[in-house]
Design a protein around this ligand. Structure first.
Ligand code: NAG
Ligand code: NAG
Ligand code: NAG
Ligand code: NAG
Ligand code: NAG
Ligand code: NAG
Length: 912
């Protein structure tokens, strides 16, 4: 495996192997990230664009919040009681699952005077920390919920009686069940009345623990040791029931997902690693060794990377377990980003539960070993493992050996699992790569629903929530990703903290700091035409020709299913053909000569390209014609020869169908109104006249420039596009359409002076973006090539590269010994290199360009790569950490022996 761009070249050392570290490979790690990103952006980019963008106000979303109450981050759906329970700050709500605006019950749970004072004495803030954040809501039985809150940094748990919605008031210690700190990540799951949690056990949040609280048996927990848990950030836990009725008598297992600081890779600073860990439900702890500790705790690395681009998604934010009818059909979905957050990429990886099980039941263990006198490394254990296999659940085979519970496990097995909780083999994603990669978003939440489409195939529809309150809905078709739509779920740009899905109500529920939002899983009715309905490729939706509407296939009765049109390939030719309206029905627009006019045309899709035709021939952008991205056409200073027919066509490429679909979106007849000579005016004033009204537009009102869209074309096709025209879009969190930075900004297009028509200063850049992409890319490529050369030279200088380079270096420099703090210098060296590169870059981009647009273009793309904000510092070092780690490293007892450089590159990461 060449994951994490750390080559695992193994060197035999007795019965274990030393994963040798990154030499040359690593030198290009960070560069690889940037080059990879560039490739990503240029090749994968278009696929990851959501087809449709819905703003918050476009949709009927149901919202709930109460004044003065915040942090609605804990959600629980109850199938029995038809309710959504919400844990917020100092309050618990019962909402109707069908409509979250309906509040059925509420109970407050505040912090008393004394704990509040204690909390403040310990230096916590009264308004922020010393409150009761409800963070655990779990179903105990039909009558009760188990609830826990942070309770001013003294977590407490209680029972919530559902009959009268009151707390029973027997508050118990919540330590280990709920976090102390309301902002610290943690997870819980209730399994058969026993609470499994992953959280911190102390006030400082420094003692991580995975534990089980049971009314029937004693508490079980993890060892307090960095080899078990090393600064974990828990995201999810759930049970997979394998059932004892199986032939092998396997136990049910609880899986935990978290990101922690790696122990097995040495890195410049803290390298985060996503993990899956599991414990067995029947675990009772050991008899002598591991008393009241898990005997079945094992963990492994989750891999989510683009190996071909050397790019790693190493932070898991949320996990959804899609359970099949058989446990083997279970698929685990994870939402990932990279530790290098400003790269701006998110990914979804899927894992086969069988693959996870295989790693736990057959994988090699890792062990801590001291090499080179004082240095500790994690290496593969190649010796003989004790029997029964350490960490295995009790199964029939063990029962035959008279081991009927973990209490009977031999000490040898227990001692081994205590020292070797980490497996070497990684869990690889299905298809060895991400299902979905998106740029410029940070995914925070994920849920997945399995949907049967009309073609009888099953599709996994992935819903991902972002840190900006946006929801993405994606489907993977034969390895090709399609983002059906993005939805501005939250009014404000804030993170989606929790996301649940109910197949029964066909709704998604999102919790955030400001409230709870309920959204339908599909907005079929929003697709105005058959073409849109089919090109959306939404497995939930199909076109009903008789009703002339896009409908949800679940809402359709079974006898109507046959007539519905759905093509998940996006083959809009399946639609009944609609004749284009005759030209005489086009909307008439009459303007005064010399004024400007905007002809609106809204493409419903971010994937469509809009072309304008006048008098039947394609219009190219000239000084007078200006394309407003996908919102319309602006004609400056209309002259008599501009009169005629104008048509707005959308061309949408459906890759799966291998076809372009061309549709007429709007048609206009432009005529000049030769007016009785108007009184002298300072500038031309646009007038938009319809057949029915001849009102002159008010001066200074940009909106009056737009010809109304409503009556553009008769068929129902365009009725629903109207809502998009209304207020100009201001949401920056929704994906801007690929080629239209100037969408929805009619206000900017004030008519220029008639004598010297010129587009406003922003727009040539947009034009440039559209037409000169390849030149920009070439330019970028050259830039990166220069950077690459700089990095090569630098790495060669720093002796990170193989022999030929070293020889060259030796001949150039003679063979100097490196300074006592080579890495520290390395960092400095890198910074100068970067600075030099940056100077180059500035010089290059400041070269005179035709109209200045190139400069802004370059800056734009550079900013996108994150290059400018992340100075490269040596070999993949995280620059912001380097100083901090420098000091940390001095405190660590076993770190680096700088003089002995025999595992030269392995040690190179720990500055000392
Ligand atoms: C709770 O909500 C408030 C208001 O939105 C926010 O400022 C704060 O960070 C939230 N606290 C936590 C712990 O999420
Ligand atoms: C998971 O792996 C098992 C065994 O290799 C295989 O039978 C099953 O089809 C796989 N499931 C998925 C969803 O890929
Ligand atoms: C298991 O225990 C039974 C009775 O206690 C004994 O007869 C049998 O030999 C034991 N088997 C093993 C494999 O130890
Ligand atoms: C993603 O999160 C990182 C770290 O929190 C932040 O720096 C970055 O700006 C975010 N990116 C986007 C596109 O929101
Ligand atoms: C369209 O055709 C009309 C009449 O045939 C002509 O007067 C006009 O100039 C043409 N307009 C354009 C933009 O080509
Ligand atoms: C589809 O349309 C696009 C844009 O108009 C064009 O570049 C492309 O060549 C067309 N592809 C096919 C197969 O017609």
């Amino acid at each position: 495996m060449n994951q994490y761009s750390l080559s695992d070249a193994m060197t035999d050392k007795g019965n274990f192997t030393v994963p040798k570290l990154p030499d040359s490979n690593m030198g290009f790690g960070v560069l690889g990230v940037f080059l990879g990103l560039l490739l990503e952006v240029s090749t994968h980019g278009p696929h990851a664009v959501p087809r449709t963008s819905w703003r918050h106000q476009d949709l009927d979303l149901m919202e709930f919040s109460e004044p003065g109450i915040f942090n609605y981050s804990t959600l629980l759906l109850s199938e029995e009681r038809d309710a959504l329970y919400v844990g917020a700050r100092e309050a618990i709500f019962e909402l109707s699952k069908k409509n979250v605006t309906v509040r059925n019950n509420k109970v407050e749970w505040t912090v008393e005077e004394r704990p509040m004072r204690m909390c403040m004495l310990k230096g916590k803030s009264k308004e922020r920390d010393c409150l009761n954040y409800i963070r655990v809501l779990q179903v105990l039985d039909n009558e009760q919920l188990y609830v826990c809150g942070t309770h001013a940094f003294q977590p407490k748990c209680d029972h919530l009686n559902l009959a009268d919605f009151t707390l029973e008031g027997r508050a118990a210690d919540g330590r280990g069940k709920c976090s102390f700190d309301p902002s610290q990540s943690f997870t819980t799951v209730m399994v058969d009345g026993e609470l499994y949690s992953g959280t911190a056990y102390n006030f400082l949040g420094s003692e991580p623990i995975i534990s089980r609280y049971s009314p029937y048996q004693s508490l079980l927990r993890t060892e307090y040791s960095t080899s078990w848990l090393n600064e974990p950030s828990f995201v999810f836990a759930d049970v997979i029931r394998e059932g004892r009725n199986q032939a092998d008598g396997e136990d049910d297992k609880i899986y935990y997902f978290f990101t922690e600081v790696s122990v097995e890779y040495e890195f410049f600073g803290k390298l985060l690693i996503p993990r899956v860990a599991r414990v067995c439900k029947g675990d009772l702890g050991g008899q002598r060794t591991l008393q009241k500790k898990w005997t079945s705790f094992l963990k492994a690395k989750l891999v989510c990377s683009m190996p071909e681009l050397n790019f790693v998604f190493n932070v898991v934010h949320d996990v959804f377990i899609l359970k099949g009818t058989e446990w083997k059909d279970t698929v685990i979905y994870g939402a990932f980003t990279s530790q290098w957050g400003n790269v701006g990429l998110s990914a979804v990886c899927a894992y086969n539960l069988s693959a996870v099980e295989d790693v736990f039941s057959k994988g090699k263990y890792m062990q801590k070993a001291t090499v080179e006198q004082s240095h500790t490394k994690w290496v593969r254990y190649n010796g003989i493992t004790p029997s029964p296999r350490p960490g295995a659940c009790i199964n029939n085979l063990m029962r035959q050996q008279n081991i009927s519970s973990s209490l009977h496990l031999p000490d040898k097995t227990l001692q081994f699992v205590k020292d070797h909780p980490l497996l070497e083999d990684p869990v690889l994603p299905i298809g060895n790569g991400p299902r979905l990669i998106t740029k410029d978003v940070n995914y925070t939440q994920i849920v997945v629903e399995r949907v049967q489409a009309l073609d009888k195939n099953i599709y996994d529809v992935i819903f991902t929530g972002t840190d900006k309150g946006v929801l993405h809905k994606s489907v993977v078709f034969d390895g090709e990703v399609h983002i059906v739509e993005e939805i501005q779920l939250l009014k404000d740009s804030e993170p989606i903290k929790n996301l649940l899905l109910s197949s029964e109500t066909q709704s998604l529920y999102a919790g955030s700091d400001s409230g709870v939002v309920q959204a339908a899983t599909a907005f079929c009715g929003k697709h105005p035409s058959c073409g849109d309905c089919v090109l959306a490729r939404d497995p939930y939706c199909a076109w009903d020709p008789r009703a002339a509407a896009c409908v949800s296939i679940r809402a359709a009765s079974s006898q109507h299913l046959g007539r519905l049109i759905q093509s998940l390939k996006g083959d809009a030719d399946k639609c009944p053909s609609v004749p284009n309206p005759p030209r005489k029905d086009y909307q008439r627009v009459t303007v005064i000569p010399g004024s400007s006019v905007e002809l609106p045309c809204l493409a419903h899709s971010n994937l469509a390209q809009v072309t304008w035709k006048s008098n039947g021939s394609v219009l190219t952008e000239a000084s007078r014609f200006h394309f407003l991205g996908e919102s319309g056409l602006l004609i400056y200073s209309v002259a008599p020869e501009d009169q005629g027919h104008y048509e707005c066509w959308s061309v949408e490429w459906a890759p799966a169908a291998g076809k372009n679909f061309t549709r007429l979106l709007a048609g206009y007849v432009l005529t000049l109104d030769l007016p009785p000579v108007p009184p002298q005016r300072t500038g031309p004033v646009a007038t938009t006249t319809q057949e029915t009204s001849s009102a002159h537009a008010a001066e200074g009102n940009g909106k009056a420039l737009r010809a109304p869209l409503t009556s553009a074309i008769a068929p129902p096709t365009f009725t629903a596009t109207v809502h998009l025209t209304s207020p100009p879009q201001t949401d920056s969190s929704l994906t801007p359409p690929p080629s239209s930075p100037s969408r929805f900004q009619p206000k900017h297009h004030l008519p220029p002076s008639a004598s010297a028509p010129h587009p406003d200063s922003q727009d040539p850049a947009a034009e440039y973006l559209q037409h000169n992409n390849s030149a920009a890319l070439l330019f970028l490529f050259l830039l990166f090539f220069l950077l690459f050369l700089a990095a090569l030279a630098y790495n060669c200088y720093m002796q990170y590269l193989p022999a030929p380079c070293l020889r060259m270096r030796a001949s150039l420099l003679g063979s100097h010994k490196s300074a006592p703090h080579p890495e520290y210098h390395a960092c400095e060296g890198a910074e100068t290199t970067t600075a030099a590169a940056a100077t180059d870059k500035i010089n290059m981009s400041e070269q005179p360009t035709r109209n200045g647009s190139q400069t802004s273009q370059n800056h734009r793309v550079l900013r996108d790569t994150g290059y400018e904000t992340e100075p490269e510092c040596g070999n993949g070092r995280i620059p912001s950490h380097s100083f901090e780690d420098y000091s940390q490293c001095q405190e660590k007892p076993f770190d680096v022996d700088c003089e002995s450089q025999s595992i030269q590159f392995a040690d190179a990461d720990e500055p000392c």
